[in-house]
Write a protein that binds this ligand. Structure first.
Ligand SMILES: Cc1ncc(COP(=O)(O)O)c(C=O)c1O
Length: 466
């Protein structure tokens, strides 16, 4: 009878996959034997596998450049890394090996870029796209960067006030400052409101440019930006929004010859299921084909394309490993496996937006499986995980006497630390897990490095004023 955990996976998915395979009942992630890692470092454990960051950036560049060739698109492609998806120094160091540009979200991001410059990791000719709602410190930092010779820093206006404040701050620029405008996208019909709070209304953009920016010698409007928060997806909603934005681009281009760039934001998804069928190549090609088509009809040159992929870039580099501490049968149907940490604190998206990740056991693949609920250590009744993205249930091997069961959540490299308040106060004072970095050496062998120990009670008590 086929009742082993491996059989379940084998029957449900195309398995093994690029990054996952098993050997003697144990899981390998990018050819790394995770049981060895657990024996060395224990759990709970966060992992960052650096080579995946570079390979994703190269993949994005390749896909868009192939799409440019296939659609005979007349503009070029610029990849930007959106720092908010993971600000860690080791992530930026890896990403910057790939000749990239950067996108920022707040004042401190600019300090982060200055720090990277001090370390010789970035040049002043990089594009720095400054998004977000900008308070004075953010605008001041942008102006400082610009005055320091970063002439490709591009503040993207979220609203008119940012423009007025920046205009007052910027004195006699050597060359006009390149700027952008963000379009407030319409939300999906099922959302709680119609229009995003981020950016300017479609119908105000051309008049804002004509009335304010056009005659101002300090600025040169180069970029139009939009971000569809549900991501780049093959849905009528996405194509409709894209088409509206490209039409605004064409309207604006008519009155603003300097305009030459369209920033389509982030939103390339990270793989969150072994059953994922997202066709990245097709989507890149179709996005460019649609833009080209509209521009051709409107007799406007095709814009330079910028993207700001966060999840796609870093998501798949991350994994979070836990031990199962115990099994609790709470009624005839509900069997809980208790993990040695908390979902709320270590993977806040599972709790906040019901995000599903790829969840797999690390060992015992050759044992029988059962349906379980995973429970976290905090007292919060919401600290649980009970469904995959492809099924409304999760299954794991039965617990064995000889060795604890270890499980991994994969592709958890984006946003979780910044949302969880890395190194800060955690719910029920559950400590932030140990974090290691994995890289490949010249021989292609994996090497590990401890980035951070498990958070100590001292560090937390100190924050609390003890
Ligand atoms: C303006 C902007 N650009 C890029 C991103 C990155 O999105 P993703 O991680 O889905 O690629 C976001 C995410 O919130 C965003 O708001």
């Amino acid at each position: 009878m086929k009742n082993k955990y491996y059989d379940l996976v084998d029957q449900t998915f195309d398995f093994p996959q690029d990054e996952f395979r098993t050997e003697e009942g144990e899981l390998y992630f990018h050819d790394i034997p995770l049981m060895e890692i657990i024996k060395q470092y224990g759990t709970p454990l966060k992992i960052t596998y650096l080579p995946k960051i570079s390979s994703q950036i190269q993949r994005a560049k390749r896909m868009f450049n192939v799409a440019i060739a296939k659609t005979d698109y007349q503009g070029t492609y610029n990849y930007c890394y959106c720092t908010k998806s993971s600000h860690f120094s080791f992530v930026l160091e890896e990403a910057l090996k790939n000749d990239i540009n950067l996108e920022t979200s707040s004042a401190f991001d600019i300090n982060l870029i200055q720090e990277l410059y001090e370390q010789g990791l970035v040049d002043k000719d990089k594009f720095v796209l400054c998004n977000g709602y900008k308070r004075i410190p953010y605008l001041e930092n942008i102006v400082n960067l610009y005055n320091d010779g970063w002439h490709n820093v591009i503040p993207i206006f979220d609203n008119n006030n940012e423009y007025y404040t920046l205009d007052k701050m910027l004195e006699n620029p050597e060359v006009p400052m390149k700027v952008g405008i963000r379009i407030a996208a319409e939300e999906e019909p099922k959302f709680d409101f119609y229009t995003s709070r981020l950016g300017m209304r479609y119908r105000d953009i051309v008049s804002f440019y004509e009335d304010q920016v056009k005659s101002n010698r300090k600025f040169q409007l180069k970029m139009l930006h939009f971000f569809i928060n549900t991501g780049i997806r093959d849905t009528a909603y996405y194509w409709n929004e894209l088409s509206k934005c490209v039409n605004v681009y064409c309207d604006l281009k008519r009155v603003c010859p300097d305009l030459d760039s369209l920033n389509i934001g982030g939103g390339f998804p990270c793989k969150t299921s072994l059953a994922s069928t997202y066709d990245y190549e097709y989507m890149a090609e179709e996005v460019l084909a649609q833009i080209k088509n509209i521009c051709t009809n409107r007799e406007v040159p095709e814009p330079i394309i910028f993207t700001e992929f966060g999840s796609f870039t870093v998501g798949e580099s991350g994994a979070t490993l836990y031990s199962i501490l115990d099994e609790k049968q709470q009624n005839d149907r509900e069997r809980w496996y208790m993990i040695d940490s908390s979902f709320i604190t270590t993977l806040p998206d599972t709790w906040g937006i019901n995000q599903r990740f790829i969840m797999l056991p690390i060992n015992h693949w050759d044992c029988e499986y059962q349906r379980v609920f995973l429970g976290g250590l905090t007292c919060d009744s919401e600290d649980y995980y009970n469904a995959d993205s492809h099924a409304n249930a999760i299954f794991l091997p039965k617990l064995q006497k000889d060795e604890p069961l270890y499980i991994g959540f994969f592709h958890t490299g984006a946003y979780q630390e910044s949302l969880g308040g890395y190194g800060g106060i955690q719910h029920c004072l559950i400590p932030a897990p140990k974090h290691i970095i994995i890289d490949k050496d010249e021989e292609g062998e994996y090497v590990t490095k401890l980035f951070a120990k498990e958070q100590s009670h001292k560090s937390m008590l100190k924050i609390l004023g003890y």
